[in-house]
Design a protein around this ligand. Sequence first.
Ligand code: FAD
Length: 470
Amino acid sequence: MPDTSYDLVVIGSGPGGYVAAIRAAQLGLKVAIVEREALGGVCLNVGCIPSKALIHSASLFREGKAALEAAGAKVDLSGFDYAAVWRGSRKAADRLSKGVGFLLKKNGVEVLKGEAKLEGPRQVGVTGIGRVDAAAIILATGSRPKTVPGFEFDEATVLSSTGALMADSLPRRLIVLGAGAIGMETAFVMNAFGVDVTVVELMERVLPLEDAESAALVAKEFQRRGVKLLTGMKASRLERGASGVVLALSDREGAESSVEADRILVAIGRTPNTEGLGLEEIGIRLERGFVPVGAWQETQVAGVYAIGDIVSTPLLAHVASKEGEIAAERIAQLLKEGPAPAETHVDPLLVPNAVYCEPELASFGLSEERAIAAGRPHRVARFPYRGVGKAVATERPDGQAKLVLDPATGAILGASIVGAEATELVHELLVAARAELRLEDLADAIHAHPTLSELVMETARAGLGRAIHA
Ligand code: FAD
């Protein structure tokens, strides 16, 4: 039986919950974290980590094969076993989940295994354990794959992202419904391993939330590799048969068609885990299923905080972690008279978005379309990868970086990079935007040659009208 009274009880151990628990413990609070499944939440177990492990394997597989063939070798794939690749992704997930357990222990956070439900604004009931008291509570219960009637998951032929990540075999043909980050990353992996992939998207283009020019470059590369992209298509009906599925489609004009496959991944969004938690009973009213929060992630009920995928900020691991840190620091400030958190909330314009397919796409802030739609005065600076020596030397010359700038001050309002290592390169621009650096600071900082980081320097130089290699 654990102690029954804590300064803070965190419900859910995803990247929001475990970071909040550790930060609060570092600040001297007595903390417990409740988890009903594996430590690390969706991100570590059935999200970011195993998906990136598979993407890494898919890239090596594709590039290794291409490099050998380019050098005249005959590549013999007999004996190829996807289950071995898949086991590698599970190993990465398990290792990091154990790592979270280690970090929690090291910081003195008590782990309560069970399902939590609020029994009052200061009480949490945990299955198998009973009631624990808390001076403050952080809700970090995350989200699950969204489904719609007729498209319910059976995880055999109709897969959620979890089912797709837990499958240890490849289909011959796969339909991916939804061309957001999860859909496009899965399509990349499956295509690299030789699966016949069709992506179906309701909007007119893939990655509809990203800069249109960048998304078009991803689409072009996917098509070049043989992925079929059906955009502007409504999935109207799904038929399940013994040998797979048939998806009925209609376009904007109402013309009907269909596509067949062995399996379908339904990746059309996520639903917050807010049911059955006892929220309404303590006075928290949901908005479209999400928990509304104010400054420091505090809900309508004082002392109860909510972070991560259950609030309506972008459903991303790094957003969950930052919100966890803000809430933990606020609670420590109130309970231990600690320093105030540096921020009251996550600034949505400084949240990086990353899509890890090939080519990678990473962005933050205002896109050109959004600046136009909002009537925001702006100008755009671009620089192509082919002007960067390292990109050419390493045979990755496709793509570009694009900045949206304030025309008066040159301040960075947004950025979108599509191409090799974009998800790493974007952070130099993000730090510059956050620190309100001038374009000159990026342009005049000497960047090692040859590096892909020279792309950032040259894009800043392009913004100043003095790019050298374009
Ligand atoms: P979660 O990670 O969802 O964790 C919530 C935890 O709470 C779970 O472990 C759950 O078991 C537990 N829980 C829920 N209810 C209770 C209860 N009543 N009692 C006890 N425990 C409970 N984001 C990125 O930033 N980068 C990526 O590359 C990325 N890739 C992704 C790939 C996939 C396939 C998916 C599905 C998601 C991906 N995401 C990515 C999104 C990311 O995983 C989530 O944004 C992140 O996990 C949210 O963290 P969280 O702490 O809010 O909740």
